[in-house]
Structures are given as C-alpha cells and as structure tokens.
Design a protein around this ligand. Structure first.
Ligand code: GLU
Length: 479
C-alpha cells in the first residue's frame, strides 16, 4: 500500500533534453519513493517562456519512460498555476511579510559593489502607506521583495549534509515577483511543493542557497517545512562539474550509444549513493531494495565512461540472449531479420563476451549475415603471404571439404592436425582463415564462428580469398 505521506517530486525545466544530472536527481527521488512505497511526482518548471519548449518536455518524459522512472498522477505544469502563485504573493503583501520596491535599476546599481556583488539596502522595506500609495497612483513599476529576518540564523537539517545554517544578516530582502508581475523560482517552488504536499525535497547541492531562501518563504506563508536532501554534484573525469565540454551528457545519447536503461540506472545510482558493500552490479529491484538516502555521500561523484562500459559489459554478460536481441531490434529493427531466431541468438551468444554495449553487437556482427565485402588491409598485409598462404589455405580446404561432421571441435582438430603435420605455426593458418571468413582480425573463437556459419559459407569464403586476396594484396602494396 502506498505510503501517502511520503511524496517526492522531480522538477525539470524543459529548456533542454534530460541530462545525466537531471536523470540522477529523478532516479534518487524515484528510488526513495519506491523504497518507501511513497509517491513520485513530476512537475514541469516551464515559467521561463522564452527557453521552455514542448519538445523538451516530450524528450524529458521520453527519457524518463525509457529509464523506467514512472511517475504518479498527471504531469504538473507551472505555467498553468499562475493564480496560485499570485495568491501567495498577495497573502505575503497583506500580512506585511513582503513589500513593493519602487527603486529603479539605476538607483539599485548605485549600491552595487566594485566586484559586482549586491545586497539590497532595504530602501523600501519600511516606507509609509502614503509613499507607497503615491507610487501606485503614478503607476510606477515595482518589484515585490520578501521581508527577511535580520537577526539570528536560518538553518535546516539536510539528510545528507547535516546541519546547514547561515546568519540572517547575510541574506537580503530578495525579489519574489519581478516588475512585470512574474513570480520568481524560489516563490513558485515553495507554493508548488506545499500545494503538492511534498514531504521530501531531493535535488542537487547547487540548490542549497535556494533552500535557505525558500525556508523564509515557508515560514512567511506559515507552511510546514519539508525534509531536504541535497545530492552531491556530478563531475567529469577532470573533476570539473559535468557539462557539455565532457562530451555526451544527454540520456538520449546514451540510449543511442547502446547502453541499456538498466546499465545507465546502475551507473547513475552509484553517482553519490554508496551501497556500503563491494557490490557494483545491481538490478533495478536490487537498488530499490537497498536504497537508503542516508547512504548518499557528500563527496562529489565522478562520471566515468570506463566505469559505465565496465558496468555495461557485466550486465550484458548476464542478460539472456533473447533480451539482448530485443534491445538490438529497438536500435536497429532490421538486424538479423533474414535469419531464423536460433541462428541470431547463437550470433549473440558468440559476441556476448566481447560486447560492451548493444551497439557493439550491431557493429561486430556483419559477417554473420553477409559475406565480408571489405578486408582489414593491415591484417592482410601481415598474415596473407601470396606465395605460402594461398597454398596453405588450398590444402586446408581439401581437409575441410572432407569433414563428415561440421562443428567447432572437428574444425579445430583438422586445423591443428594440419599445422602439426606440416610444421606450421597454427597462427599462420588461423589468422588468414579468420580474415577470409570475417574480414577482420579479431572476434570470438574462429572455430565457433565457422561452426555457426556452416560448411558451405566457410568453404565459399575461403575460396573467394584464395582467388582474390593475392590480387587485393598486390593492389594494397601498389597503393
Ligand atoms: N527546475 C529546477 C531545476 O531544474 C528544479 C529545482 C528544484 O528541484 O527545486 O534545477
């Protein structure tokens, strides 16, 4: 049964696609809700009308769905809730907790320090009703500022960072509504989180300064204050805050690169959450069961592509081949489509050990479905000696043709026997044979590849090599 009291939310601004930092915030909220049987809501913070775009809302939702981060209730759009925010501002004005400031930009700029910093000098904090009314009668523009306390401290107990406090004297009477009437982020977020009955606010550590200001607003509006948990920043390998400079940061990109959603979730979960064991590979259900917000560390987390690749390879190793097949088809619906399922599953079985991503299967499987039409030139130069190799492969072909049973053991037996009898290093047979069969120098066991491709295909590819490689080879040398 849902724990109706525990409610968290993810509040993306639709000004770009879902990036890794946002996905990690969404994930931790979702995990917290799932672990405690609470509710997970999504609020689209689209008050910046210039930068907010529907296409980004769609993209964010698509990425969340792909990751499996399902939310409860309908999406909430801030752009549709203006009345709620204006009513809260009105309440603050009426209770004297907020006031209108008619200072012009030039006037305010004159209070700016040389280093550009600014602390509102409270010019309009304590003006008389008459002065204010005169300005209103003149239709003078104004902003609305919160009347913040000037003595004592503001503090909260963060689930991750512990006690955070600051002297009230350090926070000025900040703006809650701009001169065009639009309420600012700190105001709308508090009104929404209260209205949505959010019990825990889990978001990036870069919001700590906002949280302190928001606490004033909670208090001024007489709202109960939720529990806060700020998540450590995510850094790139150079220990700088993760950004586009570090390459791909969008969830969609990782999907296109062939990481499964489980892999990305596994890696994102470890960006800050310390399971307290040596375990690195988790299923989503494992993470939900073990997730504890108190085990999120304060230290910044580093996004490391090598770690992601390692996690991905581990997941692939234990993923059933038919699930891998489904993942491949999502990226490339025509992959393997002319072949029967058992054959395709065998291709996957063979490639599993050496694939780090779903895209690796696609990129390294061409020769299972088509005769190679390109041959690695460097390998050819190294392993195909026109005078000797052609003759070796010709003799091998005779042996292979005689095989009554075509399987990896019998193929391996023939090749080893031939090498021994003719005192040739086995590599001198395997390398050119692999090149002829696959076009490339590496891959799974050659004998297993040959078993799967079948006798007819292998013999035909070896024949092609005998007839064409010396020619290709001399072309290569000439070029
Ligand atoms: N829209 C804000 C952001 O994307 C959300 C902050 C919050 O969770 O309150 O950073």
């Amino acid at each position: 049964m849902a724990n109706s009291k525990l409610r968290v939310r993810f509040a993306p601004s639709p000004t770009g696609q879902l990036h890794l930092g946002g996905a990690r915030t969404a994930l931790f909220n979702w995990l917290f809700a799932k672990h405690h049987n609470g509710s997970f809501l999504v609020r689209i913070e689209d008050t910046d009308t210039l930068r907010s775009k529907d296409k980004f809302t769609e993209q964010i939702c698509q990425s969340m769905k792909w990751l499996g981060l399902d939310w409860d209730d309908e999406l909430i759009f801030q752009s549709k809730r203006t009345d709620l925010y204006l009513a809260a501002i009105q309440t603050l004005l009426e209770s004297g907790q907020a006031y209108r400031c008619f200072a012009s930009k030039d006037e305010l700029d004159s209070y700016r320090s040389k280093d550009g910093s600014f602390f509102y000098p409270e010019i309009w904090r304590n003006r008389s009703e008459n002065e204010i009314q005169a300005k209103l009668d003149n239709k003078s523009p104004f902003t609305i500022r919160l009347k913040t306390p000037k003595e004592g401290i503001v503090s909260f107990s963060d689930e991750i960072y512990g006690s955070i406090k600051v002297d009230n004297s350090e926070i000025d009477d900040f703006i809650i509504a701009r001169s065009d009437g639009r309420p600012v982020y700190n105001l709308v977020v508090v009104v929404d989180d209260h209205d949505m009955e959010i019990s825990h606010i889990i978001r990036g550590e870069d919001h700590v300064a906002n949280t302190l200001k928001q606490i004033y607003i909670y208090e001024a509006l007489n709202y109960s204050i939720p529990i806060f948990a700020h998540l450590p920043m995510i850094l790139g390998a150079d220990k700088k805050r993760l950004s586009k400079r570090h390459g791909a940061t969008g969830v969609q990109t990782y999907q296109d690169l062939g990481y499964t959603s489980d892999v990305l979730l596994n890696h994102l979960a470890l960006l800050g959450w310390n399971p307290g064991t040596e375990q690195d590979i988790f299923s989503v259900d494992d993470i939900i069961a073990q997730f504890d917000i108190k085990r999120v560390q304060k230290k910044s987390a580093v996004f490391n592509i090598q770690k992601l690749n390692w996690i991905s390879a581990q997941h692939i190793m234990i993923l059933p081949s038919n699930s891998i097949y489904n993942h491949i088809k999502q990226l490339n619906p025509s992959w393997g489509s002319n072949f029967d399922t058992p054959y395709v599953l065998n291709v996957i079985n063979l490639l599993k050990q050496r694939s780090k991503t779903i895209v690796d299967f696609i990129d390294s499987s061409h020769y299972f479905f088509n005769n190679p039409n390109q041959f690695d030139k460097k390998t050819m130069r190294k392993c195909w000696k026109p005078d000797t190799t052609t003759q070796i492969i010709e003799s091998l072909l005779i042996e292979l043709n005689r095989l009554s049973e075509w399987n990896s053991t019998s193929i391996e037996g023939i090749i080893k026997k031939y090498a021994e009898e003719n005192k040739i290093l086995i590599g001198k047979i395997i390398q050119p044979t692999r090149l002829a069969i696959s076009g490339v120098s590496g891959g799974p066991s050659l004998f297993s590849i040959m078993e799967l491709l079948g006798m007819k295909v292998c013999i035909s590819r070896l024949n092609y090599a005998i007839n064409h490689f010396p020619i290709i080879e001399s072309d290569n040398n000439g070029s």
